[in-house]
Design a protein around this ligand. Structure first.
Ligand SMILES: Cc1cc2nc3c(=O)[nH]c(=O)nc-3n(C[C@H](O)[C@H](O)[C@H](O)COP(=O)(O)OP(=O)(O)OC[C@H]3O[C@@H](n4cnc5c(N)ncnc54)[C@H](O)[C@@H]3O)c2cc1C
Length: 337
């Protein structure tokens, strides 16, 4: 991307921003002061400074909306380990733990592990011990602590600053949505880019509405994973099972329970299949169903599903396993380079 951008005339300046000057009247960011004293003026600024949110949070003061009361996990302890066997499963496993959950991500040369937890329910040392005790292979490093908080800026486009990635917000990593959220903001920025040099309120409002909607929908989906649990074996799970959820989620859950319907979206990351997997996976079975479901003959439906399963099984049997696929693909990429 860097090479591509440079060929298109982008100038790359590597430096640390040590100060930011804003226009006294409008409050717009005017100039970045770099550690070597250089000054960079601009009309529009994209803040990618991570949790620091140097321009959006600090310089133009975009307000933070905290969601930790719904998504209380706020730390992770990461621990890579050796792969114990030859099989590379083509998925990440997320396993519930007493104060959160742990990830297990099989990679080509190691397995990534981590315990995502709420610091209100477990201490850092106890969390590190828990992940050390849970991994299957020999640890390849010391446990590494990460801190975060779930929430977002109330607006991600304020004055002449647009926040992308962690500068704009963060949702805990259960559904691995951070890179999607950064990419989504970039896409909306391209679509709404003020190419005539004028930043209009309507463009800012549209950007903020779209970004808020994406964050809010993922937030509700994440909260559902916790709130729908039937676990009652630790104070953490008792808390998330009994907490009050956002109205938007309460309405979605009520609709599902009553009618078996999933709220329809045309934008956003998670659609019917994802929501149904979590509802049914957590044993939330609807009381009512769409009456059309009862119309087809059940024997015919069973036959059609069996034939679909047969087709999937024979496709899977003919495919290389995940390790073979990754290595073959790696070789193809290396050859192309
Ligand atoms: C173990 C782990 C696993 C993950 N897995 C996934 C996953 O599977 N899927 C997913 O979507 N996400 C995942 N994430 C999250 C994802 O990697 C991050 O959310 C993403 O990289 C954040 O990007 P960012 O650019 O917003 O922030 P950062 O990566 O934090 O970048 C911010 C940058 O700003 C720079 N900066 C800060 N202040 C200044 C300054 N004053 N001057 C100049 N530069 C400054 C910093 O040096 C840094 O380079 C994972 C994260 C971790 C830790």
């Amino acid at each position: 991307m860097r090479k591509f951008a440079l060929t298109k005339g982008v100038e790359r300046i590597e430096a640390r921003v040590v100060n930011v000057e804003c226009d006294g009247e409008s409050g717009d960011v005017k100039t970045l002061i770099l550690h070597d004293g250089r000054r960079i003026d601009g009309d529009l600024f994209v803040d990618c400074s991570g949790f620091r949110s140097l321009l959006l949070g600090e310089a133009v003061g975009a307000e933070w909306e905290d969601w930790s009361h719904w998504l209380p996990v706020d730390r992770a302890v990461a621990l890579p380990c050796e792969a114990e066997n030859e099989t590379i499963e083509p998925y990440t496993r997320a396993t519930a733990m007493p104060a959160g959950w742990r990830w297990r991500i099989p990679l080509q040369h190691r397995v990534g592990n981590g315990y995502v937890y709420s610091s209100s329910f477990i201490g850092d040392d106890a969390a590190a011990d828990a992940i050390l005790g849970a991994v299957e292979g020999k640890p390849l490093a010391d446990p590494r602590l990460l801190k975060f908080r779930s929430g977002r800026r109330k607006n991600s486009f304020v004055k002449n600053v647009i926040g992308v990635g962690l500068a704009s917000g963060f949702l805990e990593p259960l559904e691995s949505t951070s890179i999607y959220l950064a990419q989504m903001a970039i896409t909306y920025l391209i679509e709404l880019f003020p190419s005539d040099g004028v930043i209009r309120d309507a463009d800012r409002d549209e950007f903020n509405t779209l970004v808020d909607m994406e964050y809010d929908r993922i937030r509700d989906f994440l909260i559902l994973h916790y709130h729908a649990t039937t676990r009652d074996d630790s104070p953490f799970w008792d808390h998330v099972r009994t907490m009050t959820v956002p109205d938007t989620l309460a309405e979605k859950m009520e609709l599902w329970k009553r009618t078996g319907r999933v709220r329809k979206y045309s934008e956003g990351l998670f659609y019917d299949a994802s929501w149904i997997a979590v509802y049914l996976g957590q044993n939330i079975v609807p009381d009512g169903i769409d009456p059309r479901v009862a119309l087809p003959d059940p024997t015919g439906v069973a036959r059609a599903l069996a034939s679909l399963k047969g087709a999937i099984d024979s496709e899977v049997a003919a495919m290389p396993d995940h390790r073979a696929y990754l290595y073959a693909r790696g070789e193809r990429i290396a050859a192309a380079l």
